[in-house]
Design a protein around this ligand. Structure first.
Ligand code: MN
Ligand code: MN
Length: 307
């Protein structure tokens, strides 16, 4: 926070320079005055490989405090946005109860007219947050995986199955998965039979980003509003190694941001999941923070154009 803001808010040095907690971007708007709300969801109970996404919210917050907030791409400073970080969800040991809590909290955000941004945590949390929209939302998911198994290791609700549950809830035609390159035969068959929309990594490389974005735009035009879910393993592991299930041949950051900037036209919420900081060289959390800043900047640029 700079001296100009200090003067406007009439803060003492103690209020300005002492932080009671780490918050994303140092944002300290009051909840009532905020357009965007950030919530950490430190939950990774169904993780099956490189667990530890529960530690991601705070590590991504720390990264966010150590990179610049000005967006060259969208021509504004994310520091000026009205954002509040409400902290972390109290996670239950019971997955269903955790999803119920997520759904309840997200309903509160929606009722209060906020645009929520969730920092996971594992991908299963998306099932809880999407359900808060009661079928009135399409989902655009960036992921190396389809997460469309019917069950996985005995669980019907897990990071590997939750997208199947979302398809059952809102209809497969209202789901678009971008960047997929790791799937099993069961998922391939379900994808073919159900009609779930997929731009897999081979298609994406063959078409190129621009023409893939045209496909994305057609999907978005068919939806009233859109929920954006970003599994960080959609990025190439050479730039974002610290994810729970890394897969080679991924997207680069500027490509992901181009896709997200298209989705923000109708975005109602966004999540970023699956970062597992214990495997990080520092860069995954930096990339995660950058994705959130650029998404916020894109959302704000569109908001300004509307008003
Ligand atoms: Mn994944
Ligand atoms: Mn996933």
């Amino acid at each position: 926070m700079n001296q100009r803001v200090k003067g406007v808010l009439n803060l003492s040095d103690r209020e300005l320079y002492c932080s009671p907690q780490i918050c994303f971007g140092g944002y300290r708007s009051a909840y009532e005055d905020s357009d965007y709300v950030i919530l950490g969801i430190p939950f990774d109970y169904t993780s099956t490989f490189r667990s530890g996404a529960r530690f991601a919210p705070n590590q991504i917050r720390i990264a966010s405090l150590n990179i610049e907030t000005y967006s060259l791409r969208f021509g504004l400073d994310a520091e000026d946005l009205r954002v509040t970080d409400v902290g972390d969800l109290d996670v239950s040991g019971d997955v269903e109860e955790t999803l119920r809590r997520i759904r309840g909290v997200v309903k509160d955000f929606i009722a209060d007219g906020k645009l929520p941004i969730f920092i996971g945590g594992e991908h299963t949390l998306t099932l809880g947050s999407v359900k808060a929209f009661e079928g009135e939302v399409g989902v655009v998911c960036f992921d190396a995986h389809l997460d469309l198994r019917d069950d996985y290791l005995g669980l019907r609700v897990s990071h590997a199955t939750f997208m199947r549950r979302i398809c059952e809830s809102i209809g497969p035609e209202n789901v678009l998965i971008i960047g997929a390159r790791a799937l099993c035969r069961e998922e391939a068959e379900f994808a073919r039979e159900s009609g779930v929309n997929i731009i897999n990594m081979l298609d994406l490389r063959n078409l190129g980003v621009k023409r893939s974005i045209e496909k994305l735009r057609r999907f978005i035009n068919s939806q009233e509003r859109v929920y954006i879910s970003i599994d960080m393993d959609v990025l190439d592991p050479s730039i974002a190694p610290a994810v729970q299930n890394p897969e080679p041949e991924g997207l680069l950051l500027h490509e992901l941001v181009e896709f997200i900037a298209e989705c923000t036209a109708k975005a109602s919420a966004l999540d970023l999941v699956e970062v597992t900081p214990v495997y990080d060289n520092g860069m995954t959390c930096i990339h995660a923070a950058k994705v959130i800043y650029e998404a916020l900047s894109s959302l704000e640029a569109r908001r300004k154009r509307r008003t």
